[in-house]
Write a protein of this length. Structure first.
Length: 82
């Protein structure tokens, strides 16, 4: 059953990665709460962080636009395969 669940998740979700000023992180997390929770890492410039988060594939374009509006950069989508 787990394998089937992984296939369904891979079909419906994408991995989104982006950089965001730390001051904007709470706002970004409202846009991208993730499957369970986003992964957040501090960048060398400590005023910025890198975020990895699962996003419903059907929502990716809208989410990317919203993130860009609040100052996110280097926004990348990666398809999930299982």
């Amino acid at each position: 059953m787990r394998r089937l669940e992984g296939v369904v998740i891979a079909r419906d979700w994408s991995l989104l990665e982006y950089n965001i000023p730390k001051a904007k992180l709470p706002e970004a997390e409202q846009i991208t709460p993730g499957f369970n929770s986003p992964t957040v890492n501090t960048l060398e410039d400590r005023a910025w962080c890198a975020v990895e988060v699962m996003v419903k594939r059907k929502d990716v374009i809208d989410v990317m636009d919203r993130l860009e509006e609040i100052g996110a950069t280097a926004i990348l989508e990666t398809r999930i395969n299982n």
